[in-house]
Write a protein that binds this ligand. Structure first.
Ligand code: NAP
Length: 249
């Protein structure tokens, strides 16, 4: 028997990295699943890798129109939703003097505005007793140079999870945050750095982690499963770090 038998789940940004690993785990635990992504190539790869069991939907996480269409598509297929994993996010890093309005608006839009309105629009079609999980970051609790805008979006998610958990408690809908440390995913390749600089950055990051390595997307997915399933029915407004000690020690 799977931990998510009979449950419907939506994962934003489920085409690569942590979202894809979580999609695979949710499917193996019996969930009926929809995942979103933005780029045609990764959407196609995800369709191949997840198979017919998952609905793979093109939807820009920062667009209110797309979020509205996503809710309509998911409701048409599943009628209602039990689990919402808000995972889509982008990493753009620059020192304060190099941050322009375009970078600021893009990161805020995908990482903070989109998650808020996804929750707002999904809540009416969520079942009582459901679970929302927000993918934040250990960087929300630390001060890493160049991460000001990104880290602020993640701290905002942590705050949303507390407040919205208070608002959804009467419906027994739990809202929790997962905060990964450095995890090996394609997010780093999307930063536009040459391979040598990327390798050097990865080495420096791993050195700063007490466990001296990057985590895997699967290690994060296991904690998301805990928050999504009935194993965590008394946990809400809370935060789980999967960070090798990065933000703790
Ligand atoms: P990833 O492999 O780049 O995955 C990001 C996912 O989000 C992809 O499916 C991507 O789809 C999707 N996405 C990005 N922008 C989108 C948009 N505007 N609309 C729809 N989908 C969008 O990176 P990841 O590391 O797994 O990141 C997942 C989450 O974990 C992010 O929120 C990230 O901030 C967080 N996180 C990651 C780390 C880490 O070290 N990797 C650490 C802490 C927190 P496309 O490919 O189509 O863009």
């Amino acid at each position: 028997m799977g931990k998510l038998d009979g449950k419907t789940a939506v994962i934003t940004g489920g085409t690569t990295g942590i979202g894809l690993a979580t999609a695979r785990l949710f499917l193996s635990e019996g969930a009926t699943l929809a995942v979103t992504g933005r780029h045609d190539d990764t959407l196609k790869e995800a369709r191949k890798s997840l198979g017919k069991a998952a609905l793979v939907i093109k939807s820009d996480a920062g667009s209110l129109d797309d979020i509205g269409r996503l809710v309509a598509d998911v409701t048409a297929q599943f009628k209602s939703v039990d689990i919402l994993f808000i995972n889509a996010g982008i990493g753009k890093f620059a020192p304060i003097e190099a941050v322009d309005e375009a970078l600021y608006d893009e990161v805020m839009s995908v990482n903070l505005k989109g998650p808020f309105f996804t929750m707002q629009k999904m809540l009416p079609v969520m079942n009582d007793g459901g679970s929302i999980i927000l993918n934040a970051s250990a960087l929300a609790s630390t001060g890493m140079a160049t991460a000001s805008v990104y880290s602020a979006t993640k701290a905002g998610l942590r705050s949303f999870s507390r407040t919205i958990a208070a608002e959804t408690a009467p419906r027994r809908i739990r809202v929790n945050t997962i905060s990964p440390g450095p995890i090996s995913t394609p997010i780093y390749n999307k930063m536009g750095l040459p391979k040598e600089a990327l390798d050097q950055m990865a080495k420096g990051i791993a050195e700063g982690v007490p466990l001296k390595r990057f985590g895997s997307p699967e290690e994060v997915a296991k904690a998301v499963l805990f928050l999504a399933s009935d194993d965590s029915t008394y946990t809400t407004g809370s935060e789980i770090f999967v960070d090798g000690g990065f933000g703790q020690i």
